[in-house]
Write a protein that binds this ligand. Structure first.
Ligand code: SAM
Length: 257
């Protein structure tokens, strides 16, 4: 039975055996890991993961693919536990921790998915994702580079992030228009997180990058006046892209006093 890839679910299925092997090697699954795969699709990663794990949970939205998986792995008598759900709405706190999350993610919702997973950071051991190469570059970007932005600052304060390997379009069917990459995220431990008020931090980061060509004096005027900038030792003529994650943390903690 052939499956016609659905664009609305970001379906690009991995077909490159070498890349699949490389991804599994990077993930290093251990038999007793609590692992969940987002979007198992036709099972390209699911099958090799199941070979190494005692149990694997998957979250899939597409009813046709769910039916195929249920057929291949009868529920109740298989190592695979299928959750027919939208990963954006799935409550990952219902899964055992420490959780390892993996997936070749649907690119159309990759940023909201990353923010959704970030909310469960305390329960997570690590995450390995296939994403658009350009998104991975933004996740790992350093200050004062074009790729550095809200995504970099909102993830780097909570995770150690590492780009592992690039994957060309021809590794998928259908081939996407862009290059992809595998990224690893490991949550920082509690005493490495310096933010006192994460909501305030998020608001400051959004305001600063909302108009990234404007100076901080403009974008952060509702938060900081010139005296505050002086106290913090931050030049108000700089732009958001010039501030390090540490600088943003400093601003948030100063305002939270
Ligand atoms: N893992 C397979 C592979 O590597 O070949 C499929 C990857 S494909 C890029 C993305 C998968 O995520 C598809 O199976 C798609 O149906 C599923 N998906 C898309 N949106 C989803 C969502 N909101 N929640 C859960 N799964 C989703």
């Amino acid at each position: 039975m052939n499956h016609r890839a659905k664009k609305q679910f970001g379906q690009n299925f991995l077909v490159d055996e070498q890349i699949i092997t490389d991804i599994i090697t990077a993930i290093r699954p251990e038999a007793n890991d609590h692992m969940v795969e987002i979007g198992p699709g036709l099972g390209a990663l699911t099958r090799p993961l199941l070979k190494r794990l005692n149990r694997l949970q998957v979250v899939e939205i597409d009813r046709d693919l769910i039916a195929r998986l249920q057929n291949e792995y009868p529920q109740g008598e298989s190592k695979l536990v299928i959750h027919a759900a939208d990963a954006l709405e799935f409550d990952f706190a219902t899964l055992p921790k420490p959780l390892r999350i993996v997936g070749n993610l649907p690119y159309n919702i990759s940023t909201p998915l990353l923010f959704h997973f970030a909310a469960y950071a305390e329960r997570i051991h690590d995450m390995h994702f296939m994403l658009q190469n350009e998104v991975v570059d933004r996740m790992v970007a350093e200050p004062s580079t074009p790729e550095y932005g809200r995504l970099s600052v909102m993830l780097q304060y909570r995770f150690q992030i590492e780009k592992l390997l690039e994957v060309p379009p021809h590794s998928f069917r259908p081939a996407p228009k862009v290059n992809s990459a595998i990224v690893r995220l490991i949550p920082l431990v509690a005493d490495e997180i310096r933010i006192h008020n994460e909501k305030l931090y998020a608001n400051i980061v959004s305001a600063a990058f909302g108009q990234r060509r404007k100076t901080l004096r403009n974008t952060l005027r509702v938060f900081l006046n010139e005296t505050d900038f002086n106290f913090l030792g931050i030049n108000s003529q700089l732009r958001a892209e010039n501030l390090s994650v540490r600088d943003f943390e400093k601003v948030a903690n100063y305002l939270d006093k």
